[in-house]
Design a protein. Structure first.
Length: 389
């Protein structure tokens, strides 16, 4: 069966494949730069560890602002223009790495990157929900998220390989080119959704329906930021080591759970699934906090990864169920901005707690945040279009 025939017979599946591919190509560029950029800052640029951290995390703060704006434009202009524009902006950010403006120039490039990535993910997520049958929306959201995780998992390997072969310029070239290929892919994906017409009603940039699920997502991401930033240091401090293996176990579990358990939010209801995910995260973080050996830490990472993997699709489904279709783009943009907020605040907060009271305390605090997230999810009102919650 040719690609054209597949697109004719299964247009929604073909459109999803196009949106997924465009997002994956964009986030491959993000992942490729992640292991390289800190070394570039402290090496050729002669910057400090603090400056490397600022450069690395700057994109999140632009994404917080850019996601709701991109969602609103996607509502008014259609999904495809934003899924095309986002990678173009991200590609421009990759080209900005070549500019000789030092750390300040890199910070600007990362801010531009956050805006572009925020746009492509927000509009792509709303587009995915549009394409999916109502009874499979949770699964579609979970599978779409694999485009991000795939890019962030494979991208660093690409970046390391390019650095070894062609140096920093090769990495920057890939960071500029890969998103542009994604824009070309998105450009040919048919967007069958009719463009909304402004009805004269002014709506908030952050719809109310996104607030409680977004707060629960923020609380979940504090735990992820703590794990990503401090599990290696925590286990070294305990004399255990193997922190990289623990983080890998979490990442593999996230991908595996998305592939094997994506049906859970649809089947058991998004609210119940979100509560269970938050509890699993709290248990996993608590196990890591108390781990004095590698097996317990890995068990905690698996529990954490399972909960974290399905928390986003569960909470996103709660938002979808609570808004009208005309507000879906803005709601997805506002909701997903809490993801970046959790990373942007969670990582420095965990660092401050670690410095004051130790790494284990930071993990216990993150576990507490996850437990509060379960309460927030439990108090989120049920969507009008779905009964089991």
């Amino acid at each position: 069966m040719t690609v054209r025939t597949l697109a004719q017979r299964r247009p929604n599946a073909a459109a999803f494949a196009g949106v997924f591919s465009a997002t994956l190509l964009c986030f491959l560029a993000v992942g490729a730069v992640l292991p390289v950029l800190p070394r570039y800052v402290v090496g050729p640029l002669g910057g400090s560890d603090l400056e490397a951290g600022i450069v690395t995390g700057a994109f999140a703060f632009a994404a917080i602002v850019g996601r709701p704006i991109g969602g609103r434009i996607a509502h008014r202009r259609g999904r495809r223009p934003i899924v095309v524009a986002g990678p173009i902006i991200a590609g421009a950010a990759g080209a900005m790495y070549f500019l000789p403006f030092g750390v300040a120039g890199l910070v600007l490039a990362r801010l531009v990157l956050g805006w572009g990535d925020g746009w492509v993910f927000t509009a792509g997520l709303a587009w995915t929900v549009d394409l999916a049958p109502e009874e499979r929306r949770g699964r579609a959201i979970a599978w779409y998220g694999l485009a991000v995780w795939g890019g962030l998992s494979v991208g660093p390997l690409v970046g390391e390989g390019l650095l070894a072969i062609g140096g920093y310029d090769a990495v920057w070239a890939f960071a500029a080119a890969s998103p542009l290929v994604g824009a070309l892919v998105a450009r040919v994906v048919p967007d069958r959704r009719s463009v909304s017409v402004a009805d004269g009603v002014r709506r908030p940039l952050l719809p109310r329906a996104a607030l409680r699920p977004g707060a629960a997502l923020f609380l979940a991401n504090v735990g992820y930021a703590t794990l990503a930033g401090f599990v290696v240091l925590h286990l070294e401090d305990q004399g255990v080591g193997g922190g990289t293996l623990v983080f890998t176990a979490c990442a593999v579990t996230v991908v595996g759970a998305r592939l094997l358990l994506a049906w859970l939010p649809d089947r058991v209801g998004p609210r119940r699934c979100a509560i269970g995910c938050a509890i699993a995260q709290a248990i996993g973080l608590g196990l890591i906090a108390s781990a004095h050996g590698l097996p317990l830490a890995i068990a905690g990472a698996v529990a954490m990864g399972t909960g974290f993997s399905l928390s986003f699709p569960s909470l996103a489904l709660l938002v979808v169920d609570r808004v009208e279709e005309r507000d879906r783009g803005a709601a997805m943009g506002g909701f997903s901005s809490f993801f970046d907020l959790g990373v942007g605040i969670g990582a420095p907060a965990a660092g401050a707690i670690s410095a004051a009271a130790g790494y284990a305390t930071a993990f216990w605090v993150a576990a507490g945040f996850a437990a509060v997230g379960a309460v927030v999810a439990a108090t989120t009102g049920r969507g009008a279009s779905r009964s089991p919650s």
